[in-house]
Design a protein around this ligand. Sequence first.
Ligand SMILES: Cc1cc2nc3c(=O)[nH]c(=O)nc-3n(C[C@H](O)[C@H](O)[C@H](O)COP(=O)(O)OP(=O)(O)OC[C@H]3O[C@@H](n4cnc5c(N)ncnc54)[C@H](O)[C@@H]3O)c2cc1C
Length: 310
Amino acid sequence: MNLQALESFCAQIGCECRRQEPMYRHTSFQIGGPAALFLLPEGEKMAAEIIAFAHREGIPLFVMGRGSNLLVRETGIAVPVLCIGPKMGRIERQGNLLLCEAGVPLSRLCQAALEAGLSGLEFAYGIPGSVGGAIYMNAGAYGGEISQVLAEARHITPEGEPGCFLSGQLDFSYRHSRYTGSGFCITGGSFVLKPAEKEEIRAKMEDFLSRRREKQPLEYPSAGSTFKRPQTGFASQMIDQCGLKGVSVGGAQVSEKHAGFVVNAGGAGCSDVLELMSLVRSRVAEQTGVLLEPEVVLVGPKGMEKLFEE
Ligand SMILES: Cc1cc2nc3c(=O)[nH]c(=O)nc-3n(C[C@H](O)[C@H](O)[C@H](O)COP(=O)(O)OP(=O)(O)OC[C@H]3O[C@@H](n4cnc5c(N)ncnc54)[C@H](O)[C@@H]3O)c2cc1C
């Protein structure tokens, strides 16, 4: 893998490129070793140029947003990381549509909708992460999901070709979209919203945010819900019923406040979290017969890894 060639190419096109960038600084879990190269493209065109170059040179890339659903190994990430985050943050209004770049924090998009008097995104207020990550994961809360408000998503194919999909083409389901595991890089989205009174929008947003603050252990670093909601019941209830609240491995702990969250209670490493997840999963399977599926995305030297072999 010719990382030097990619680094020189980034310098040529003016893309910020950091070597050995510690990933604990870019994940809400605050866990993870260094990324060999950490790239911060400014805009879709620059991202497309990098992806096309990497494709020609046979260099695999790992695309991330704001790192709020990632668990990165201590060994770090050997493939270059393309971060669609802080430098891709433009938002534009066109009537009842909000168009934005994929690096926009989801909560900032919700604020922009409020300022524009547009309703539909209230459910997403307080979900950390970027718009790109939210589209990829079909993020949702309190009965709402990205799939309900997204009109269109823009992307770059693994070969470096820009393109777009209409919402109906995105195969959305629970925490899944057509982009999941596809290697596409999401660069933007447009959201179709409805005019409403600002006070009504604000009240809903504040209600959702206060429910989060009340229920979730936001005082600790985490990646949100560790496991997906199973077909029946709730992961957090099952974990709680199995007596796992507060159980810890090293610095990783099943939150005392919300059993659905594994938190970094201080100095946790990726291996602590993995061991704890594995313990929780086998205990819940033994006692309830339900095999929990992880929601958190594990990233290792070659990029995304499967968390558990079935
Ligand atoms: C305290 C807390 C509360 C949370 N609450 C919720 C909640 O209520 N509902 C919910 O759904 N989630 C929740 N999450 C999880 C997380 O915020 C979401 O999954 C979020 O959408 C991830 O966005 P991100 O930008 O951080 O993505 P990342 O964590 O950076 O990446 C997640 C996945 O998306 C891919 N990805 C990210 N950006 C792109 C892109 N531009 N192009 C292609 N692929 C991309 C990555 O490769 C990775 O596979 C919570 C997390 C925390 C820490």
